[in-house]
Design a protein around this ligand. Structure first.
Ligand code: HEC
Length: 223
């Protein structure tokens, strides 16, 4: 009886651990919407890994050029994020070497999760062109504009990063300065006379540009 009891306890314990494990994975890595390379993953990688001196076509730091899908796939094992060196280097336990190196900021938990989900879903070179672009109503800085800048620009233009020529786009006041001198819109629309942004990456989706254009047209409020 005691023996059976013990077994039961072990069984119960291991199924609890199993359930916890499943929940932990679910919470961490499964996104409800499928993740797409061009829309979700590439902007994060361009903004955080391909800045001057790093993994771009010219500098090829450590032999890596992350400005293309093929270059990124060198460090990806499709379908298995845990054995992908790309994932392991962006999600390293504290104290072990990790990327991006200081003084650049680490990727946010959300950005790591997006990359892990994409790898787990097969790491395909897909676009997911936005079928609906919601530009009705008032464009909010916090809800609409800031996340676009965070994913596409702040690897270079974040507060601590050194690779954005001193231009900071991670807080409202600094963003407003670039709005007021016309460079923000000129650079993302890639007009003549402005440096085309995101540097080294594809032009942003017409939806992202439309959101920012509408917010600027309304006076670029801190809303
Ligand atoms: C890979 C790094 C990198 C990324 C990503 C990047 N930038 Fe830049 N940005 C730079 C550098 C470097 C400069 C300085 C000019 C140059 O070298 O072209 C610059 C310049 C600018 C300028 C000044 C342009 C001018 O003509 O005076 C603006 C505005 C700007 N970036 C906005 C953005 C926005 C908005 C994004 C995201 C959509 C972005 N950048 C993404 C590196 C980057």
């Amino acid at each position: 009886m005691i023996f059976r009891n013990k077994h039961f306890k072990i069984a119960l314990l291991s199924s609890l651990v199993g359930i916890l494990f499943i929940f932990a994975c679910k919470y961490e890595y499964v996104k409800e919407d499928p993740v797409c390379f061009e829309r979700d993953v590439q902007p994060i990688i361009i903004s955080n890994c391909t800045q001057s001196g790093c993994h771009n076509t010219n500098d090829r730091q450590s032999g890596r050029d992350y400005s293309t899908y093929d270059g990124i796939m060198r460090d990806v094992k499709a379908g298995n994020y845990q054995s992908s060196s790309l994932y392991n280097i962006i999600f390293s336990p504290i104290g072990s070497p990790s990327m991006p190196p200081k003084p650049y900021s680490s990727l946010s938990t959300d950005q790591v999760r997006i990359i892990a989900s994409w790898i787990e879903e097969g790491a395909t070179n897909d676009t997911c062109s936005v079928s609906t672009c919601d530009t009705t109503g008032v464009m909010s800085y916090a809800a609409r504009v800031k996340p676009i800048l965070q994913n596409n620009c702040n690897g270079c233009h974040g507060g601590t990063a050194q690779s954005g020529a001193g231009i900071i786009l991670s807080d409202y006041n600094n963003v407003k300065t670039s709005v007021d001198n016309g460079t923000l819109l000129g650079s993302i629309e890639q007009l003549g006379g402005y440096s085309a942004m995101p540097k080294g990456g594809n032009k942003m989706s017409s939806c992202n540009i439309a959101v920012i254009r509408k917010w600027i047209a309304a006076g670029a409020p801190n809303n």
